[in-house]
Write a protein that binds this ligand. Structure first.
Ligand code: GLN
Length: 486
């Protein structure tokens, strides 16, 4: 077991809490101490909610004394700053929402509260979740605990860095095109993007509604299953929520892949992928083969269109979703304007950062009369083809395995001048959102001291199969036990 309380996994902490070896107050104080120690260098939080956390820890200790215990009771968590937390700032790392305190909580947050979680704060992110490095935060970039001069990935860079650095034991992120999996990979932790509709999005600030999904960032696969249990399930307040019951995901944690068929789509191993990353994946696949899975190369030719489709659809949806920030109802409002139109213009001009503006312009263009058929409609059609291609692949394979990101963590500033280079760091994750399927990233090795992630994709509602493959690999390796030296 880990030497420091802040290095524990959620399930290890559970053991210590249940056997009364530590209290939630002690665990929470250890985490708040860790935050004080590393946060000035790491910058993974927009808001630290120390007082609230200590109050929730006290309540958790009382609940545990009375025998009211869930897997999450008394354990510190960080929440990405695009999920509404009643009475606590929810900024989306944007000037537009810099002082927005929501009057309600997201369903996932309510669920955590209901299960006795201790919320230590809100995680830094790319503004409105648009980005792959957390450098688009309007406040400050987050650093990677494995190399302080590097990015943690994005857009859930704050949550991923916080989990990796021991500033919380797990976190909630959101994933529209890779924002949970890519930062999880770059920070050496586990991240899951569930099936579209499995986790309620009520209270998640919308970016691209047909792609957005909330999911866990954890230190190992067991924790991932525990957190998924806690947040998944139908919610009548989200019309895209799947109306059916959920299994106990921890039952999938069985180290056995004998007879499983793993497909390895070659399109994910070409263009732009770092050779050492590809080599690391090859070794990981050999491990799975040794454990009894059959591994076979396959082809998903439509993969090459996924990035283009995403950069039509996601900005189009964003341009509609972000129209609500008009300076009238809530959020930043430019006061010194002479006319209504000027007020609206100035509000957006000062409230949004450059990447958000770029997306709004791309989306508005793609949706405008005369271009709609050529861009938006065409992209929707290709989306259908991509979805079908995955459907067919899952008739032959139980899971598909790819790198999560074509490279390890890059340097801060390295891709800021070139948006297309930045967009390319999501080539491996974006097809998953386009198809609405689930995928998990887990640590699979290191290149030059930096973590490499392996992505396991499954069919819709195939979370259990994914977790089983991930768990089997994890049991055979030690990567998930590595902690960065800070
Ligand atoms: N990096 C991608 C983008 O910038 C995906 C972001 C996300 O998943 N929220 O849109």
């Amino acid at each position: 077991m880990a030497a420091n309380l802040f290095d524990l996994t959620l399930h290890e902490a559970r053991g210590l809490l249940d056997s009364r070896q530590v209290s939630s107050r002690e665990l929470t104080q250890a985490i708040l101490g860790r935050i004080m120690e590393v946060e000035p260098r790491l910058k993974a939080f927009v808001t630290v909610t120390g007082e609230m956390a200590l109050r929730q820890a006290r309540e958790a200790d009382e609940a545990m004394a009375e025998g009211r215990v869930t897997p999450l009771t008394g354990v510190p968590v960080q929440i990405k700053d695009n999920m509404c937390t009643r009475g606590v700032l929810t900024t989306c790392s944007s000037r537009m929402l810099e002082s927005f305190v929501p009057p309600y909580s997201a369903t996932v947050v309510e669920r955590l509260y209901g299960q006795g979680a201790v919320v230590v704060g809100k995680g830094n992110m790319d503004e409105f979740a648009m980005g792959s490095s957390t450098e688009n935060s309007a406040f400050f970039p987050t650093h990677n605990p494995w190399g302080m001069e590097r990015v943690p990935g994005g857009s859930s860079g704050g949550p991923a860095a916080a989990v990796a650095a021991g500033e919380c034991l797990y976190a909630l992120g959101s994933d529209t095109g890779g924002s949970i999996r890519q930062p999880a990979a770059l920070c050496g932790i586990v991240g899951l993007k569930p099936t579209y509709g499995l986790v309620s999005r009520y209270g998640l600030v919308a970016f691209a509604s047909s792609l957005d999904q909330i999911g866990p960032l954890t230190r190992d696969v067991t924790d991932c299953a525990l957190v998924l249990n806690a947040i998944a399930g139908h919610d009548p307040r989200d019309s895209t929520s799947i109306p059916q019951g959920i299994p106990d995901y921890t039952r999938a944690l069985e180290a056995d892949v004998r007879g499983m068929r793993i497909g390895v789509p070659r399109e994910y191993y070409v263009e732009g992928i770092n050779r050492d990353v590809a080599e690391t994946l090859k070794k990981a696949l050999e491990t799975l083969e040794k454990m009894g899975a059959s591994v076979e190369e396959t082809s998903l030719p439509h993969t090459r269109y996924a990035l283009a489709v995403y950069y039509i659809l996601a900005p189009s949806e964003a341009s509609a979703n972000l129209a609500r920030y008009d300076g009238v109802k809530y959020g930043f409002s430019y006061k010194q304007a002479d006319t209504m139109w000027q007020a609206m213009e100035k509000t957006k001009q000062h409230g949004f950062g450059p990447e958000v503006k770029r997306r709004i312009m791309l989306g508005t263009y793609a949706l405008s009369a005369g271009y709609y058929d050529a861009y938006y409609l065409k992209a929707q059609k290709v989306r259908t083809l991509i979805r079908r291609e995955f459907q067919e692949a899952f008739q032959r394979y139980d899971v598909l395995v790819t790198p999560t990101s074509p490279t390890v963590a890059f340097k801060l500033g390295e891709k800021m001048e070139d948006p297309v280079q930045m967009y390319l760091s999501d080539v491996c994750t974006i097809p998953v959102n386009i198809a609405g399927i689930p995928a998990l990233s887990l640590p699979a090795g290191f290149v030059d001291g930096l973590p490499v992630g392996m992505q396991i994709m499954g069919k819709p509602l195939g979370e259990e199969t994914i977790l089983r493959v991930a768990y089997t690999y994890e049991q055979a390796t030690e990567w998930h036990k590595m902690r960065p030296k800070l």
